[in-house]
Ligand binder design. Structure first.
Ligand code: SAM
Length: 334
């Protein structure tokens, strides 16, 4: 049965962070100055086990979840992630996807598909090598992410979606070149407005390139027209190339907040449940699991948390919210 929250939003999607570690140090997400050698990441025993994740996933499905996205940190760093995918793919009717930086996809795409993963989203912030290396801050080349995208497509993890976070002055000059690169490729490029998640990236509003400007810049060179959403609550607004070269998406979480349609719950790698990317406190599902709660108890707790959910941070974002403490995206899962 589908549970609805205090603002009548159904629970439909679940993002599960499987690790808070990453092999990239993207400047807007895990800046090196903070996530350095001294940073304490979660211990292995603090992470939910695959069995625990699968039990929780079933309890969420019992409450209406239809789609699960594995994320992190970098989910492909979690050892034997294919085994988790295989376990989750046994849940009937579930749309199972994963978001990755693509670095390990050439080795892992086939095994992930064979384990039952349906699609992947790959993050790539520029096709200009110097710009991309500066943004990931570990000198990782564009070429290897492109190999990952092609490996995913060859394995049938399609359509591959490509996420580009746009930060003014850092990679906005890559908007049109990225559109050209993926135009007609069958992959769906999605532009994401740079968000004020976490407290470490020094976010400023003037670094956000509004979705409307992104669409305008592309449309000048490759004319676009709006396309209908695939379903209620779809995060990305869809735009189609007039020449039949496919589509793009724009995720305007800053300039056109979509909280009223947000159907997503998130579980951190240590099993805390959050109703919003900008939440301050999570509910400890791991404690419940490790104290021996039954499946019915798990499902009832999740429903109880969701029923009182009233988060709508992006709609009330203002100078007053800027200084509120919040958790990092690498912890809660992007
Ligand atoms: N490591 C994986 C990856 O690179 O896709 C999964 C986790 S990552 C946190 C998920 C997505 O969040 C990536 O596409 C990343 O670019 C995006 N992201 C991280 N910080 C962001 C921010 N401040 N604003 C907008 N998107 C952000």
């Amino acid at each position: 049965m589908t549970v609805h929250d205090a603002l009548d939003r159904p629970l439909r999607d679940l993002r599960i962070s499987v690790t808070d570690r990453c092999n990239f140090r993207c400047v807007y997400c895990m800046p090196k100055a903070v996530f350095d050698r001294d940073h304490s990441f979660l211990d292995r025993k603090e992470l939910l086990t695959f069995e625990e994740i699968t039990r929780l996933a079933r309890a969420f499905v019992a409450n209406g979840v239809e789609k699960i996205r594995l994320t992190g940190g970098e989910p492909l760093l979690r050892r034997d992630i294919e085994r988790l995918v295989a376990m989750l793919s046994e849940i009937p009717g579930l749309d199972l996807t994963l978001t990755t930086n693509g670095a390990l996809l050439p080795q892992k795409a086939q095994a992930l598909r064979a384990a039952g993963l349906l699609r992947v989203t790959v993050s790539l912030d520029s096709n200009d090598d110097a710009v991309f290396r500066a943004m990931n801050d570990v000198d990782f080349p564009v070429e290897r992410v492109l190999e990952g995208i092609e490996a995913a497509a060859a394995a049938g993890l399609t359509p591959v979606k490509v996420n580009m976070v746009v930060k003014r002055g850092a990679n906005d000059a890559s908007i049109v070149p990225m559109a050209r690169l993926f135009h007609g490729s069958g992959h769906i490029l999605r532009f994401i407005e740079y968000m004020d998640v976490g407290a470490t990236n020094g976010w400023r509003l003037d670094e956000v390139v509004p979705a409307a400007e992104i669409v305008q810049r592309i449309s000048r060179e490759l004319p676009l027209e709006p396309a209908d959403p695939n379903y209620r609550g779809e995060v990305a607004r869809r735009w189609r190339y007039r020449d039949g070269g496919g589509e793009i998406g724009v995720i305007a979480s800053v300039t056109q907040a979509f909280c009223q349609d947000c159907t997503r719950a998130r579980i951190s790698a240590e099993g805390k449940l959050y109703g919003c990317l900008f939440a301050r406190r999570g509910s400890d599902l791991r404690a419940l699991l490790r104290r021996g709660a039954s499946d019915a108890e798990l499902a009832a707790t999740i429903a109880a948390v969701w029923r009182v959910r009233a988060d709508r941070y992006s709609e009330i974002r203002s100078s007053g919210t800027a200084d509120l403490p919040r958790i990092e995206m690498s912890y809660i899962g992007g």
